[in-house]
Write a protein that binds this ligand. Structure first.
Ligand code: RTP
Ligand code: MG
Length: 141
């Protein structure tokens, strides 16, 4: 398995719950390295651009409103198979369907307030890392 980089966001609900450290521990315990991070309060335009792939979906407006409802913690994770590993740690989009012990099962309240975002493929990871950390090499060396 190749060393990869992926973009992770701790969403406003989890930042408000004060569980950034607990979620970082999940990443580090699974062997993922946090190689960049920043806290930000996204503007509407930034949230719309970031989730542009979902622009036509019925939940888009709610998703954007939620993502700008408070500060988020944004990080690049690096490690073996980082993209899939992070998705496994996150659990299913709907926390009611997320496996026990996943971040969403333990910290998320609903399909909207679902604690974390993670890139879903190498192509989206590259775009998402460049969006929040311009100039950063999106490929692991
Ligand atoms: P994310 O992009 O945030 O990591 O989440 P995901 O891949 O698990 O889910 P995705 O299909 O990409 O959807 C992005 C976010 O939109 C909200 N959503 N709501 N009401 C709904 O049916 C619905 N479906 C998706 C979720 O907050 C999801 O994280
Ligand atoms: Mg997604």
């Amino acid at each position: 398995m190749a060393i990869e980089r992926t973009l992770s966001i701790i969403k406003p609900d989890a930042v408000a719950k004060n569980v950034i450290g607990k979620i970082y521990d999940r990443f580090e315990s699974a062997g993922l390295k946090i190689i960049a991070s920043k806290m930000a309060h996204l503007s509407q335009s930034e949230a719309e651009q970031f989730y542009a792939v979902h622009a036509a979906r019925p939940f888009f407006k709610d998703l954007v409103s939620f993502m700008i409802s408070g500060p988020v913690m944004i990080q690049v994770l690096q490690g073996e198979g980082a993209i899939a590993k992070n998705r496994d740690l996150m659990g299913a989009t709907d926390p009611k369907k997320a496996d026990a012990g996943t971040i969403r099962a333990d910290f998320a309240d609903s399909i909207d307030a679902n604690a974390v975002h993670g890139s879903d493929a190498p192509e989206t990871a590259a775009v998402e890392i460049a969006f929040f950390f311009p100039g950063m090499n999106v490929f692991a060396r």
